[in-house]
Design a protein around this ligand. Structure first.
Ligand code: A3D
Length: 320
């Protein structure tokens, strides 16, 4: 059986980390693409040379030509610009929308059968635009944000309670921005919902609220520390988890920016919701019940994503 082919569009901080993880996990061969000639080739060569040490057999190549992504099984898109301190994700919209147009055309021409995971910010609007520009089926184009936001929430909870991150599950829905919706009720420690952990005296309600806010600000905290770019290790690990679910038909339930057509009362919208990922891409959307307060937060988050999508339509009228 031939190895799977994984195309990584964007060979920056996340792209390089993705390539390393694909090789370490032997998920397939890597084609690293970037418009800056030399960077994808150099990173691919460096990573290939760690193969003999790490003991992986993946082939890693770099390119600046779309034809080299031909036949990719999975495409992960990080092309564009990241945030600098003081910038919001939304400030990236105009530049990254143009990038999505080029990337969408490249995927449509050379990898129309691929499962596409978008990471470029502002995430929900960019994945919406990428699906339109590429014309791929909506179940094959998905955005990575919820896995990362949930991982941040899980890390903070585990650290606070002094328990393993493995025993903490967390749920973050909505758009990937300041309005994201961490759902304490659906987040658990060994199956015990967080509000019950508060009742059991493991954590104060105030501490839980602080952690929820720190999760919302999780990206900005790292941008502030790094000063030259944004987070890349955890974003890459999160996208790899999604790719692995698809390639291995795992049917795990992960929060992803998925296309909604009627679910949660929304249509033609990409926003973070729990989905089943398997060989069919996004196979099912899990329509969990939200209480009044959660619904209010989710609606506000959707409204902010809608605003960005409207801005995309103004910049690129063919998306309207
Ligand atoms: P960076 O290291 O700058 O890499 C981006 C790469 O894209 C660079 O190597 C560029 O040369 C390349 N690029 C620019 N334009 C094009 C183009 N037209 N075609 C192909 N390649 C191009 O950034 P990064 O890897 O740190 O971040 C990449 C993106 O992910 C940014 O938009 C971030 O904001 C975003 N991001 C999203 C999350 C989410 O959770 C959704 C988290 C972290 C970063």
């Amino acid at each position: 059986m031939a190895r799977k082919k994984i195309a990584l569009i964007g060979a920056g901080q996340i792209g390089g980390t993705l390539a390393h993880l694909v090789a370490l996990k032997e998920l397939g061969d890597v084609m690293l693409f970037d418009i800056v000639d030399g960077v994808p080739q150099g990173k691919a060569l460096d990573l290939a040379q760690s193969g003999p040490v790490e003991g992986y057999n993946s082939t890693l190549k770099g390119t600046s030509e779309y034809k080299d992504i031909e036949g990719a099984d999975v495409v992960i898109v990080t092309a564009g610009v990241p945030r600098k301190p003081g910038m919001s994700r939304d400030d990236l919209l105009e530049i990254n929308l143009k990038v999505m147009e080029q990337v969408g055309a490249g995927i449509a021409k050379y990898a129309p059968e691929a499962f596409v995971i978008c990471i470029t910010n502002p995430l929900d609007a960019m994945v919406w635009a990428l699906q339109k520009f590429s014309g791929l089926p909506t179940n094959k184009v998905v955005g990575m944000a919820g896995v990362l936001d949930s991982a941040r929430f899980r890390h903070f909870i585990a650290e606070e309670l002094g328990v393993s991150v493995q025993d903490v599950t967390a749920f973050v829905m909505g758009g990937h921005g300041d309005t994201m919706v961490p759902l304490a009720r659906y987040s658990t420690v060994a199956g015990i919902p967080l509000p019950d952990m508060v009742k059991m005296g493991w954590m104060s309600k105030d501490k839980l609220e602080q952690i929820i806010q720190r999760t919302r600000d999780g990206g900005a905290e790292i941008v502030g520390l790094l000063k030259t770019g944004s987070a890349f290790y955890a974003p890459a690990a999160s996208a790899i988890e999604m790719a692995e679910c698809y390639l291995k038909d795992k049917k795990r339930i992960l929060p992803c920016a998925a296309h909604l057509s009627g679910q949660f009362g929304l249509s033609d919208t990409y926003v973070g919701v729990p989905v089943v990922i398997g060989a069919g891409g996004v196979e099912r959307i899990v329509e969990i019940e939200l209480n009044g307060a959660e619904k209010k937060m989710f609606d506000a988050s959707v409204a902010s994503v809608d605003g960005l999508v409207e801005a995309c339509k103004k910049i690129a009228p063919k998306l309207a």
